[in-house]
Design a protein around this ligand. Structure first.
Ligand code: KIV
Length: 256
C-alpha cells in the first residue's frame, strides 16, 4: 500500500485501518489485508497502562514502531507523533517526524491538530515526510477539551479544508457526528478515516485491542469481534490447573 493507492480508494473502496503495537499482531493484521496500520499513541493506555496518551515518549513510540515494522509487508505504516514531540518547535518537530520514518520505518506520521499546526505540516512535507491529519476529538488535548466528548463544531469543515490545502494525504475524524463527518468527507479530495464518526467517512480505524476484546471497556462506537480477555484468562487458568495437578507436561511434551 502506498499513499497514492490509499488516496485513489476515495469514492471507490472503503479504507480499513487498525492500530497495532507489536510484531506478532502486525503480521496477523498485514496478512489479513488491512490497508493502513497505525502505531497510535493509544499505545500509552492500551499497552503501557498510562491513564491517557500524554505521557507517551518518542522512545516508546519508536520501540513499538520498529517492532510493528518488522511484521508489515503490505500495509501502509503510519507512526503517531506523541504529545509534545511536534508542537513546541518546528525544527524539533521535523527531526522527530524524521526519526519516525528513518528509525521506525513509518511511511507517514500522524499529527493531531488544526490550523495551528499548518506550518509544522508544511515543514514536514518539505522534508519529504507525508502527514496524516487528525481532528475532532483529540486525545492529546484532553485537558483543553474537558474530556472525551463528541465534537460538534461546524468550524471543523474549514479546518479540514485548510489541512488538505497544507498537503496532508488523509484525515482522521474522531468522535464527530455522522452528518458533520459526511460534510467534511464531501468537501475534501483526500480520504477521511473515521473513528466514532459514522458511516460516511472514506474509511474506518479502530484500536485493535478494543475489537479483539482485550481492553476492559471500550467506547460505544467500537464493535467487538472477539473476547480475547476471557479466552486468555481461561487458557491461563487451565495451565495453572494442569501444572498444579501434575497433568502437564505429559511424556509427549517432554524430552527423553
Ligand atoms: O492513537 C490512536 O490509536 C489513534 C487512533 C486514530 C485510533 O490516534
Amino acid at each position: 500500500m502506498t499513499i497514492p493507492e490509499i488516496q485513489r480508494m476515495k469514492g471507490e473502496k472503503k479504507i480499513t485501518a487498525l492500530t497495532c503495537y507489536d510484531f506478532q499482531m502486525a503480521k496477523i493484521l498485514d496478512k489479513a489485508g488491512v490497508d493502513i496500520v497505525l502505531v497510535g499513541d493509544s499505545l500509552g493506555m492500551v499497552v503501557l497502562g498510562y491513564e491517557n496518551t500524554l505521557p507517551v515518549t518518542m522512545e516508546e513510540m519508536l520501540h513499538h514502531l520498529k517492532a510493528v515494522k518488522r511484521g508489515i509487508k503490505n500495509a501502509l505504516l503510519v507512526g503517531d507523533m506523541p504529545f509534545m514531540s511536534y508542537k513546541v518547535d518546528i525544527k524539533d518537530s521535523v527531526y522527530n517526524a524524521g526519526r519516525m520514518t528513518k528509525e521506525g520505518g513509518a511511511s507517514a506520521v500522524k499529527l493531531e491538530g488544526g490550523i495551528e499546526i499548518i506550518p509544522t505540516i508544511k515543514a514536514m512535507l518539505d522534508a519529504d515526510i507525508p502527514v496524516m491529519g487528525h481532528i475532532g476529538l483529540r486525545p492529546q488535548a484532553i485537558h483543553k477539551m474537558g474530556g472525551y466528548k463528541v465534537q460538534r463544531d461546524e468550524g471543523l469543515i474549514e479546518e479540514a479544508k485548510a489541512l488538505e490545502e497544507a498537503g496532508i494525504f488523509s484525515l482522521v475524524l474522531e468522535c464527530i457526528p455522522g452528518s458533520l463527518a459526511k460534510k467534511i468527507t464531501e468537501s475534501l479530495k483526500i480520504p477521511t478515516i473515521g473513528i466514532g464518526s459514522g458511516i460516511y467517512c472514506d474509511g474506518q480505524i479502530l484500536v485493535l485491542n478494543d475489537i479483539i476484546g482485550l481492553t476492559e471497556r471500550s467506547p460505544k462506537f467500537v464493535r467487538r469481534y472477539l473476547n480475547m480477555k476471557d479466552e486468555i484468562s481461561n487458557a491461563i487458568e487451565r495451565f495453572i490447573e494442569d501444572v498444579s495437578k501434575g497433568d502437564f507436561p505429559k511424556k509427549e511434551e517432554s524430552y527423553e
